[in-house]
Write a protein that binds this ligand. Structure first.
Ligand code: C5P
Length: 238
């Protein structure tokens, strides 16, 4: 497989074409950004850790019957994925109050929710990714009513499976963001990444934060936290 031209560069990843149709080559970068790009840093090793953690999680999800764009891990910081047209809706699922939900609703961080809550955000950097309702999604023609239900159901299924994986290794899944895309046949596939950049993960005992909040809130060494998550999930760090 040959790496082709650069198609897209985002905050955390570069996407390249390949010589195989509909297969993309993803390179995870060492950049860390928060607050819609206002806070930035280069953190050596972060790209490799997120690539390995995302690959492990997508493999585990595929094993649990949840299809995604993930094809295979290529190297420490690269993976192959199926090309999809990303739906510009960030789907956030929450089990414990934290982050923007704590702020928006005046709730205490750490409050356990009686049932998982799914939220939708419009993926638009210029607008600062505003929270939106299902009616907004329909009005903006980002997805149909049936597709929105599919996004919600898939998010809840991913949540159920991920809660189990993390619980087994002593980690609470507080919340996470996922993205979806449509393949050539219009089928909706889980896409993008699932890593400590996109999840809140707390040590079940100590409640220590093992995710990007370490960077957002200057709580210590980010790669130490991500390495711990990789090790807990059974991955190797080279
Ligand atoms: O900031 P907020 O509390 O809304 O974030 C909820 C979850 O979604 C967190 O796990 C956060 O890391 C993730 N997220 C993300 N990308 C964004 C916004 C939130 O991965 N653009």
């Amino acid at each position: 497989m040959e790496k082709g031209q650069l198609l897209y560069e985002g905050k955390a990843k570069r996407l390249y074409a390949t010589d195989e149709q509909d297969i993309l080559w993803v390179e995870y970068k060492d950049s860390a950004t928060a607050f819609n790009g206002e806070k930035k840093a280069e953190i050596v090793g972060k790209g490799m850790l997120n690539n390995k953690i995302t690959s492990l999680i997508f493999e585990k999800l595929q094993g649990a019957g949840i299809a995604s764009h993930f094809v295979k891990q290529l190297s420490d910081h690269e993976q192959l994925v199926q090309q999809v047209a990303i739906i510009p809706v960030e789907v956030v699922t929450r089990n414990i109050v934290a982050g923007s939900m704590a702020k928006r609703l005046g709730l205490e961080e750490g409050t356990i929710l009686k049932r998982p809550i799914v939220e939708f955000y419009y993926k638009d950097d210029e607008l600062g990714d505003p929270i939106i309702t299902e009616e907004h999604i329909e009005m903006l023609e980002l997805a149909s009513t049936e597709e929105i239900q599919e996004l919600r159901e898939k998010a809840l299924k991913v949540n159920e499976v991920l809660i189990g994986f993390f619980k087994e290794v002593g980690v609470d899944l507080v919340d996470f963001k996922i993205e979806f895309g449509r393949d050539n046949n219009g089928l909706i596939l889980l896409a993008d990444e699932i890593s400590p950049d996109t999840c809140r993960l707390w040590d079940s005992e100590t409640k220590q934060k093992l995710d990007k909040d370490v960077f957002r809130r200057d709580l210590g060494n980010l790669t130490d936290a991500y390495e711990l998550i990789l090790a807990k999930l059974g991955g190797q760090h080279s």
